[in-house]
Design a protein around this ligand. Sequence first.
Ligand SMILES: *[C@@H]1O[C@H](CO)[C@@H](O)[C@H](O)[C@H]1NC(C)=O
Ligand SMILES: *[C@@H]1O[C@H](CO)[C@@H](O)[C@H](O)[C@H]1NC(C)=O
Ligand SMILES: *[C@@H]1O[C@H](CO)[C@@H](O)[C@H](O)[C@H]1NC(C)=O
Length: 359
Amino acid sequence: MPTHMAHESGLLVLVHVFIMIWHLGTYIVSGEQKVPCYFIFGDSLVDNGNNNELHSKWKANYPPYGVDFPKGATGRFCNGRTTADIIGQFIGLDEFLPSYIKATDEEIIRGVNYASAGCGIREETGSHNGGRFSLDMQLLNHKSIIKRLWRLKHNISIIKECMYVVNIGSNDFINNYFLPEHYNTSRRYNIERYVEVLMKQYSKQLRTLYKMGARKVALFALTQIGCTPFAIKKFETKGKPCANELNKAAMLFNHKFKPLVDKLNNRNSDALFTFINITSILYPQGDVPLRNPPCCKIKGEWACIAGSVPCPARIFHIYYDALHPSELSNVAMATRAYHAVHPSDAYPHDIFHLVRIRH
Ligand SMILES: *[C@@H]1O[C@H](CO)[C@@H](O)[C@H](O)[C@H]1NC(C)=O
Ligand SMILES: *[C@@H]1O[C@H](CO)[C@@H](O)[C@H](O)[C@H]1NC(C)=O
Ligand SMILES: *[C@@H]1O[C@H](CO)[C@@H](O)[C@H](O)[C@H]1NC(C)=O
């Protein structure tokens, strides 16, 4: 592929990021922590090491993952910080959250990251690659953390003031519906019906989170998963730049987020659910993204080769491996999730407003 194309789109993102960082100066005025704690749920887009301890084929605790992260390869599927890490910094946390699997009594007061690579909204999603915490399991883990806080005699009512981020759903497509050799969902449902069933389950899980005290919850919609180097290689693109069937599925799913947050907020007058419209942030003109090569050298379908030397110009790469965004892309997404530049970036609130509302 012509490298100038990658550079062009990389530059577009770069200009974007500069503008956002410039905006941002206004919002990081002090290191004051804006909420008492912060909890993260999701998949490899926000996993910070939970899979390291599981029997899973999805792990990123080896170089060149973490090449730009202060602590090196921690299990993050990125060269640097995830969107959840960056949002934590905006909120004013002075340290990254601990992974659930390793969190100490002292650490859990500030919050926990439950995310697990390969998992999904559906229980079976990702099972062909071994251990993972499904979203249902992550909710159970959260319940056990709340019990632990209670036993430690912490004031449990503060968890209503905390911030919650959920970034999940991609695997229910790429590691379930679009993997018919391992999963039967595509034989049981057409895509429209599947998305409905998926959303119904997600909605139920989010109500469970609400019942456990969550009031400020940001939900990340999906990126154009059909434009990842992984998908372009694996799926039929029919001469188009991206695997359109996957993008269509992601779009069907994304269109359900607005009614989802409306329903959750209307049913529970004290709830503040919001959704982050990744389409608005990354593809504002609906532009079909140019082909973007991964930064690291790939083995198998998408993972970086252990010990390989990553590309030097990481600032020009949208993807780090063949499936996961680079830190640069994560900065773009987190920045506008925190402070919306366009009204459609976050609905009905951006995180900046969410963390300031008091009950
Ligand atoms: C517990 O936290 C709530 C909410 O922040 C606060 O209103 C309440 O006074 C606290 N209770 C105690 C015993 O500190
Ligand atoms: C589909 O697969 C699940 C396990 O992933 C299994 O429990 C279920 O019985 C299967 N359903 C059909 C109709 O084959
Ligand atoms: C998300 O943003 C895109 C692009 O701005 C817009 O077309 C779309 O309607 C938005 N989605 C929702 C549900 O608001």
